[in-house]
Design a protein around this ligand. Structure first.
Ligand SMILES: [Zn+2]
Ligand SMILES: [Zn+2]
Length: 227
């Protein structure tokens, strides 16, 4: 969840949306929730159903990579899942105003706030999203240092690390590969996200050590960042 210039954003909508019950004070400050989707794998959209109790009196805007990245619109893709028998209520009835937008793989704005869009390397079209030139959200992507040429000073990065050490042919990122290959100016403001349920305690400890050695951080639920 990101509060930015009087707008409330969610970066994807995984099971973490269930944590919003603990943040009602934040939610009640906004009339609209804007969800930015990187892609449609279930672990990134299943939490839309947990939004329902928070939408009374609000509107819901969802931006996703629809046509031409996929053969259907964001609305069409989500409606296939959010309807009976999978869920009691169709998406369009979640609240008074539900609007879906296709960002079509190109940069766009939300009420003047720029959202940068970069295609990623994954098993389905997924996109790195940069909010207001400040916060980069990169999940569900294989990491390639050549995708990170540029000036990232002053930016905060939330990056997936599904694997602790590198694996051949992976459609995901390893902590080891990521923290070796990122521009150095980003390391101290890098937070590792997309926790792998297969991590053992040993994996988790190794991840903490790899992150600490580079000055990066392992994100956890409830963490609050100032960007
Ligand atoms: Zn995922
Ligand atoms: Zn995925």
């Amino acid at each position: 969840m990101v509060e930015l210039r009087d707008q409330l954003f969610l970066l994807d909508a995984g099971t973490g949306v269930s944590n919003l019950f603990g943040h009602k004070d934040v939610l009640e400050r906004y009339d609209r929730i804007t969800v930015l989707l990187s892609h449609y794998h279930l672990d990134h959209i299943i939490g839309l159903i947990y939004l329902l109790p928070h939408l009374k009196g609000k509107s819901l805007h969802i931006y996703g990579p629809g046509v031409p990245c996929y053969e259907d619109t964001t609305e069409g893709i989500l409606e296939r899942l959010l309807q009976p028998a999978f869920f009691s209520r169709p998406l369009r009835e979640f609240c008074g105003e539900v609007r879906c937008f296709d960002y079509a793989g190109l940069d766009f704005t939300v009420d003047g706030i720029p959202v940068g869009v970069v295609p990623q390397r994954h098993s389905a079209p997924s996109f790195r999203l940069t909010l207001d030139n400040k916060l980069i959200y990169a999940t569900d992507t294989a990491f390639d240092p050549s995708d990170w040429r540029g000036d990232y000073r002053g930016m905060t990065l939330l990056h997936e690390c599904w694997d602790v050490v590198s694996r051949a042919e992976s459609k995901h990122t390893s902590a080891e590969g990521l923290l070796e290959g990122l521009p150095p100016e980003l390391l101290r403001s890098t937070y590792l996200i997309h926790k792998n349920p297969e991590w053992t305690t040993g994996d988790y400890d190794a991840l903490q050590r790899i992150a600490e050695a580079k000055g990066a951080h392992v994100a956890c639920d409830g963490m609050i960042l100032e960007i």
